[in-house]
Design a protein around this ligand. Structure first.
Ligand code: KIV
Ligand code: ZN
Length: 386
């Protein structure tokens, strides 16, 4: 079994389903470029059949963003799948993600179809997707509340129809870690051909267990984890990508697992998501919260000054949080701005510094502090024009 855990980012799809987090095309494009820099393996960019706007943003990202696999979501209906395919077709690497619910409560009360009809939908939808695209993911929505034997049947049916990745979502964030491990182990036992596919987990955070359940899935053999930056997403959110990545990184020796993530881009990506969506990060949020590396108590400060490892299990630099304590705000001058840009790796000519300085001043009038990610956004707007 591979020691690489693929990171599937769904900030642009499930994340956008957070109340108030909708993004326009330009914002989605900027974020998709940032996710590519972060090194995620797959970006789920939207649900093309859900609206013409979603189709357009998926299609534009498919044309412009290189590196990660570009994935679109679709229900099992043929119209959804065709629309999804049209939207992602221009991408260098593409995936169709087909889903249908498999729990009785969803089948009876939401879809109003029988288990047999659900299996027929899987055969037909996944089959069509596999005839169009060689990378097809199947998700059994509400898998953690589905009858285990029926779930195994659904998984076997999807594999038979051509799915290459099988995703087991804890759609309502109900699973407990031990249960979730057992569920995935059971699927491996009941469906021997599952070994040939990639097993993925997609956990919601209704009980605050999304990251723990993702780890539980990995321990059972999952090699793809789905989540969102800052843990945004439907209701209480999705597994937080930065937490999953740093959990694997800090325990790399014990777990023997790696990711392709460029960890120095974690904080910049977090800031960008927060700025674009307007969803602020709680100060005590793991990895990217304002207090994640702050030390207050005398004993802790004393320890950290002697050796940061006394109270820090990772360094802020490792996740892209600079050591620079100089605050940029409305009183800052060109020198401070230039120093910060140099710190961020930008060497701009005089004209561009001036252009940026004017934009920076306009922004600084509106907010207390201007962060690196605000500058990244200004650079994208004023200089790169993306
Ligand atoms: O939570 C869920 O089940 C989903 C699926 C569409 C994968 O978001
Ligand atoms: Zn979800």
């Amino acid at each position: 079994m591979s020691n690489l855990v693929k990171i599937f980012d769904t900030t642009l799809r499930d994340g956008e389903q957070s109340p108030g987090a909708s993004m326009n095309l330009e914002e989605k494009m900027r974020l998709a470029h940032k996710l590519a820099q972060l090194g995620v393996d797959i970006i789920e960019v939207g649900f093309p059949a859900s609206s013409p706007g979603d189709f357009e943003s998926v299609n534009q990202i498919a044309q412009q963003v290189k590196g990660p696999v570009i994935c679109g979501l679709a229900r099992t209906g043929h119209a959804d799948i065709q629309t999804c395919w049209e939207a992602i077709k221009p991408a260098e690497k593409k995936r169709i993600h087909v889903f249908i619910a498999t729990s009785d409560i969803h089948l009876e009360h939401k879809l109003r179809i029988s288990r047999e009809q659900a299996l027929a939908e899987i055969t037909s939808g996944v089959g069509l997707a596999a005839s169009l695209c060689d990378d097809v993911e199947f998700s059994a929505e509400d898998a953690s509340r589905s009858d285990p034997d029926f779930l195994a049947q659904a998984v076997a049916t999807a594999l038979e129809a051509g799915a290459t990745t099988i995703n087991i979502p804890d759609t309502v964030g109900y699973a407990l870690p031990d249960e979730f491990t057992e569920r995935i182990k059971y699927l491996y036992k009941k469906v021997p051909q599952l070994k040939k596919a990639t097993v993925s987990v997609h956990c919601h955070d209704d009980l605050g267990l999304a990251v723990a359940n993702s780890l539980a899935g990995i321990k059972a053999g999952a090699r793809q984890v789905e989540g969102c930056i800052n843990g945004i997403g439907e209701r209480a959110g999705n597994a937080s990508i930065e937490e999953v990545v740093m959990m694997l990184a800090t325990r790399e020796k014990a777990l023997g697992l790696t990711t392709n993530i460029n960890r120095k881009e974690i904080y910049p990506a977090s800031r960008l998501v927060s700025m674009i969506t307007g969803v602020t990060v709680q100060p005590n949020k793991a990895i990217v919260g304002a207090n994640a590396f702050a030390h207050e108590s005398g004993i802790h400060v004393d320890g950290v000054l002697k050796n940061p490892l006394t109270y820090e299990i990772m360094t802020p630099e490792e996740v892209g949080i600079g050591q620079n304590n100089l605050v940029l705000g409305k009183h800052s001058g060109r020198a401070a701005l230039k120093a910060r840009l140099a710190d961020m790796g930008y060497e701009l000519d005089r004209d561009n510094v001036e252009k940026l300085f004017q934009a920076f001043k306009r922004l600084a009038d509106k907010k207390k502090e201007v962060f690196n990610e605000d500058l990244e956004a200004l650079i994208a707007d004023e200089i790169l024009r993306i």
